[in-house]
Design a protein. Structure first.
Length: 404
């Protein structure tokens, strides 16, 4: 494994889940693919209990994370919990590899494959243990009929693994292979880009948060000039510049202070809105924010955060956004919260979902959450879009993207 694979943030890695029944050889396969003893291998069914993550450099694709998962045919109360954990990992995946053992496609294998296809996750089937037996022609025909690609491999003999790796790479969505775009189309080389970065109790000690770091790197990579300031210094910096900034990007929490300072002829947006565009679907989140105008007393709002952290007294998700929504709507609203990989199954009970910027999720996972909300008829927006809406500046900060 290269240093790059380990250092790359989880949200920027392609996630590849290895799934299937117990004892199909999932752990052996992930060890063989990575060339390391990542997962415990045993002939005893159900050895893998929790998903095991392995960062890896899958060339020419780049940094990925392989997940070895518990068998989807596990049994008992504990087995049901393991299956639930596997399904959570699966829903975060860019590609799934369903491993089939020497006994070929069984009813449970077909159920697993059909469930993955229903989730619209790119899928490959790996017939493992070819050194023991070859797959039946009827099994291959069943997969061909469903348009599911496959390879026949042996983890034990390290046979045909390169072909499986190439198949996995071919299934990765094209937008996942591209360098993610945040704001790079909004300015040119040698332009000035102003980054407004507040330093308060919620700011991580000694560092910037991931969205700020990624935007800063994108500006520098394009050969533009990045100037980072606190909101209290913005007026002074604007008066000192000989040339107008091509773009001002602010933290959403101070957009209400920044917007009156930045002249209307200078494009303005927020880090969170850039991530709504980069990780998901900005038009959907913009439309979702309009639901704030029609909230009623007793409506339930879900606040969804992709990371877990200790909540401060002025926490953005737990305190500030609920207060802004209640003040803007003038309604008595109820709030529920979810964190990390958890996302509720009973979405219909919510009038609105307000999601974080998703800097800890990959694009596929965020899009899946968006699509699930849309499918259930539940409006969804994100922190930055919702904040800008409640502060009366949403139309201005989405104008650079042609929304109105």
């Amino acid at each position: 494994m290269s240093e790059n694979a380990a250092a790359t943030p989880r949200a920027l890695r392609t996630i590849i889940s290895i799934v299937g029944r117990r004892n199909a050889g999932k752990s052996s396969l992930i060890n063989a693919l990575c060339g390391q003893e990542v997962a415990i291998v045993s002939s005893q069914a159900g050895t893998t209990t929790d998903a095991v993550a392995k960062p890896y450099e899958l060339l020419p694709l780049g940094p990925v994370t392989f997940f070895d998962t518990a068998g989807l045919d596990d049994e008992g109360e504990l087995g049901a919990q393991r299956i639930k954990a596997t399904k959570k990992v699966l829903c975060r995946s860019d590609v799934a590899v369903a491993v089939v053992g020497e006994d070929g496609l069984q009813a449970k294998d077909k159920e697993i494959i059909e469930d993955i296809l229903a989730l619209r996750i790119p899928l490959a089937v790996a017939f493992n243990k070819k050194d023991i037996s070859a797959p039946a022609e009827a099994d291959l025909a069943w997969l061909r009929a469903k348009n599911v690609p496959f390879e026949v491999v042996s983890a034990a003999a390290h046979d045909n693994l390169d072909a499986l790796k190439n198949l996995i790479i071919s299934l990765v969505p094209e937008d996942q292979k591209k360098e993610p775009l945040l704001a790079g189309d909004l300015f040119e080389a040698k332009d000035i880009v102003l980054l407004v970065v507040p330093i308060d109790l919620s700011a991580p000690k000694g560092r910037l948060i991931l969205p700020q770091m990624q935007v800063l790197r994108e500006v520098l990579d394009k050969g533009a000039k990045a100037i980072a300031v606190k909101e209290s210094e913005l007026s002074e910096i604007l008066s000192q510049l000989k040339a107008k900034p091509a773009l001002v990007i602010t933290d959403s929490q101070v957009v209400m202070k920044v917007a009156p300072i930045v002249p209307l002829d200078i494009p303005l947006t927020t880090f969170s809105i850039l991530f709504a565009r980069n990780k998901g679907d900005l038009p959907t989140m913009f439309a979702g924010a309009q639901r704030i105008d029609t909230l009623k007393d007793g409506d339930k709002i879900l606040i969804a955060e992709a990371c877990s952290h200790h909540a401060m007294d002025d926490d953005i998700g737990k305190v500030k956004i609920p207060n802004w929504l209640k003040k803007y709507s003038g309604k008595n609203l109820e709030f529920e919260f979810c964190h990390g990989g958890d996302f509720p199954e009973d979405l219909e009970k919510y009038a609105l979902v307000v999601h974080c910027g998703a800097c800890m999720l990959n694009r596929m996972e965020m899009l899946r959450r968006l699509k699930e909300c849309v499918r259930r008829g539940v409006p969804i927006t994100n922190y930055g879009v919702a904040i800008s809406k409640t502060q009366g500046v949403l139309e201005r900060v989405v104008k650079p993207f042609g929304l109105k």
